[in-house]
Design a protein around this ligand. Structure first.
Ligand code: TMP
Length: 167
């Protein structure tokens, strides 16, 4: 259903697609937790913050969008690959999806930056938020990413947090 929606083959209420994305994360929550408990690093290419950013841009409230995400396994680190919408359009594979339009990306980027500030200020179990300048070369981006990831590469101590739920 998500795929059909993203390729404009179907239409859904903004809330319905938000909940589908969230349900998709909940489908995997126990397996993510099991991997983490075994010491396996889990990398998610987009997670709750993406879900919230795309839906808030459409006019849904931050609180409404956040609610179904509460309790999901929390990231230890979020890497926000920031790029101007103009440069993004020049990158490969861009333009096929419903949201791959400059106006949409501009709005989503603004919401992401707001969420980033909130995460940095709150410390409510959302993990650390690091902005990476994705407008640089592939090598430079890789270097910046590694600088942020390396401190965690040997494992993270402590229990697995849940998003917006202090354990
Ligand atoms: C994970 C996620 C992605 N999206 C959007 C971002 C992308 O434009 C599109 C596809 O995501 P993808 O790039 O991870 O495949 O879906 C949401 O709107 N909500 C979500 O929860």
């Amino acid at each position: 259903m998500i795929e059909a929606y993203l390729h404009s083959e179907s239409d859904l209420d903004d809330r319905a697609i938000h909940l589908l994305f969230s349900a998709n994360r909940w489908e995997l929550a126990s397996s993510i937790t099991a991997h983490l408990a075994q010491g396996t690093t889990v990398l998610a290419d987009r997670y709750s913050f993406s879900g919230i950013a795309y839906s808030v841009r459409k006019g849904l409230s931050y609180e409404w969008c956040r609610a179904p995400e509460i309790g999901l396994p929390a990231p230890d680190l979020t890497l926000f690959l920031d790029i101007s919408p103009e440069v993004a359009t020049t990158r490969g594979g861009y333009g096929q999806e419903r949201y791959e339009k400059e106006e949409v990306q501009k709005g989503v980027r603004q919401v992401f930056n707001k969420i980033g500030r909130t995460v940095q200020e709150d410390d409510e179990g959302e993990g650390k938020w690091v902005v990476i300048d994705a407008g640089k070369t592939k090598e430079e981006v890789a270097e910046e990413l590694w600088r942020a990831v390396e401190p965690l590469a040997n494992g993270v101590q402590g229990s697995i947090n849940r998003l917006w739920e202090k354990l």
